[in-house]
Design a protein around this ligand. Structure first.
Ligand code: NI
Length: 177
């Protein structure tokens, strides 16, 4: 496995609409493993394939095991995901591995139901809430070329969360994804 380079905003791949995955072959298996390793190494709760330069509708998500919420610690591979149900939006703090050191308060649905395929291309439905619901929406945005700060009314609402020199992790509640 390998830790992949995470593209930074505004790389053009992060602004493109990703293509559907047709099948999971050996190279895609490797990509999934590398994305999981990269997500762990960067302390992210999620990572989308466009963030590592691959314009495919694929994301991995894992909410830290010590979070007291459903599915904490469970690893999800989402291939060709689609949100099929959402609740009302609410304010939530968010960051992104492609924009280290920044966070913003945006609106996300508190709960979503997502339909996706796993790494065996088996379809599943996931009812997500809390951090998992936020990560699902964040990663699906990445597949459509959307970055979290697009949801802000203006760029001045982006907050610095840490000095530019140390960008390994984010300290507040807004784990990057
Ligand atoms: Ni992100």
């Amino acid at each position: 496995m390998a830790i992949l380079n995470v593209l930074k905003a505004e790389h053009p791949t992060l602004r493109a609409k990703a293509k559907r995955v047709a099948r999971v072959d050996a190279s895609l298996e490797r990509l999934i493993d590398d994305m999981v390793e990269t997500m762990h190494a960067t302390n992210g709760v999620g990572l989308a394939a466009p963030q590592v330069g691959v314009p495919l509708r694929l994301a991995v998500i894992q909410v830290p095991a010590d979070y007291e919420e459903p599915h904490a610690g469970e690893l999800f591979v989402l291939i060709n995901p689609e949100i099929v149900k959402t609740t009302e939006p609410q304010d939530i703090d968010e960051g992104c591995l492609s924009l280290p050191g920044y966070a913003g308060t945006i609106q996300r649905a508190a709960k979503v139901t997502v339909k996706a395929r796993d790494r065996n291309m088996k379809e599943y439905r996931l009812r997500a809430e809390g951090t998992l619901a936020q990560a699902v929406q964040h990663e699906l945005d990445h597949l459509n070329g959307v970055l979290f700060y697009d949801h802000l009314a203006g760029p001045e609402l982006l907050r610095r969360t840490q000095p530019a020199a140390s960008q390994a992790t984010e300290p507040t509640g807004d784990e990057p994804a």
